[in-house]
Every structure is written in C-alpha cells, then in structure tokens.
Design a protein around this ligand. Structure first.
Ligand SMILES: C[S@@+](CC[C@H](N)C(=O)[O-])C[C@H]1O[C@@H](n2cnc3c(N)ncnc32)[C@H](O)[C@@H]1O
Length: 211
C-alpha cells in the first residue's frame, strides 16, 4: 500500500487530486524503471508490447505503448524500428495488440520481436481468434460479441483509429509466419496471461533459436 493509499480516506473530497497524484507517482516509477533498463542497454529486459492501460506484471515487464499513459514505461510507435538493440530482450508478451495493426505492420513487428530477442528469448502473443469468431458467425452467435471481436471498439461515434481491428492471423497462420521469420517451436498454448476471454482469443508461444 502506497503513502497515498494510506491517507486516501482523509483526502477523499479531493479525489481529483488523488487521481493526479497517483498518476504522477505511477509516471515517475515508470520513468525510473525505463531509465534503469536503458542504462543497462535493455540486456535481459522483459517487454509488454503494448500494455496500454492494462500492463502485464508492471515492474517486471516494461510497458511499451504509443500513448504516453502514466503506466507506460517506453513510448514509441511499434510500426517503426524499435529503439532497442539487437539480441538483448529476454521475454516479450503482446496481448490484444497485433489485431490493431495492418498486415505490413504486423509482419514488421514480428521481425522486430525476432531482432531484439536474445537467443532462447521467449515470445507470447495473444490476439482475437478469428476462427472462433467465424464459427460464431456461422452458428448465429451473439452479434454484440462477434462485432466487438471483429471490429474492436465499434460502438462509440468517435472511435479512434487505434481502437479498431485491422488484420487477423488465425493461430496456424501466425505460427507459420513466426517459423518463416526464424522462430522455433511456435505453438498454440492455453491462455494463461492477460484479461481477455480464452473463448475468443488464443495464445501462441515461440522461441528465438540459441544460434
Ligand atoms: C487493446 S489495447 C491492449 C492493452 C493491453 N495489452 C490489454 O491486454 O488490454 C491496444 C494497445 O495498443 C496500443 N497501440 C496501438 N497501435 C500502436 C502502435 N503503433 N505503437 C504502439 N502502441 C500501439 C494502443 O495505444 C493500446 O494501448
């Protein structure tokens, strides 16, 4: 429990200040975390690409995102070259992100994952399962759920481009793509990371070969 959490009941009427202070605290912790890893040349770092508002194991994984939210450690556009040297990252997770990119960008990101991972480094990708969605369409499943997974946040009038889904690899096609890039032992495994429903999302794990 942080200092702010302990005094929360006294400052309750000034909730907006609590939010501001908490964000500032989170932002400072993330900048420090990022700086420590920058100083080490990212050797052995773990990345969550892109954690956004739901970072995976904050403090252990560096949260990469385009949007400079308080809980983001490294702000950069993953459709460009990652500002990280070759062969240094120990582990990458990517949850509910690749579907927000167009195909050339997805392929670029997969290659960047391969470049920055160190030998024997692990990659885990979770993304909506287009096969499960297609089956739901064919069996007249719940349209709300189908549309949500197909198109992303489609309901608001002002949905931002970043929220929309643009490209899906079914799990076997993603596995094939990962092997073509050079990953080994890419396989579909049970969903044990992230907060997304395993009925509509899959998890694929792959390794970078030792040499
Ligand atoms: C649906 S959220 C996923 C957040 C989290 N991983 C989760 O499981 O809920 C997708 C994230 O990808 C980020 N994003 C989308 N395009 C990006 C890009 N080109 N570069 C970096 N981040 C991007 C968005 O800002 C957003 O935070």
């Amino acid at each position: 429990m942080t200092f702010i959490d302990r005094i929360y009941r006294h400052i309750r009427p000034l909730r907006f200040l609590y939010g501001w202070a908490k964000d500032a605290q989170t932002r400072r912790a993330c900048s420090r975390h990022a700086q420590v890893w920058r100083d080490r040349g990212f050797r052995g770092a773990k990345l969550d690409v892109c954690g956004g508002r739901n970072p995976f194991r904050p403090g252990e994984y560096l949260n990469v995102d385009l949007v400079p939210l308080p809980q983001v450690d490294l702000v950069f556009d993953i459709t460009k070259r990652f500002p990280i040297p070759d062969g240094v990252i120990a582990d990458i997770v990517s949850i509910a992100t690749l579907e927000h990119l167009r195909r050339p960008h997805v392929d670029h990101v997969l290659r960047e994952f391969f470049r920055i991972l160190k030998p024997n480094g692990t990659l885990r990708i979770s993304t909506p399962d287009i096969e499960a969605i297609a089956k739901a369409v064919l069996s007249s499943g719940d349209l709300e759920i189908i549309n949500q997974h197909l198109f992303g946040k489609f309901k608001g009038e002002q949905t931002e481009d970043l929220d929309l889904h643009k490209w899906f690899y079914p799990a076997p096609a993603l596995i094939e793509e990962l092997h073509a890039i050079g990953f080994k032992q890419a396989e579909h495994i049970p969903m044990d990371i992230g907060m997304h429903d395993p009925e509509w999302n899959y998890l694929v794990r792959a390794w970078k070969p030792a040499s």
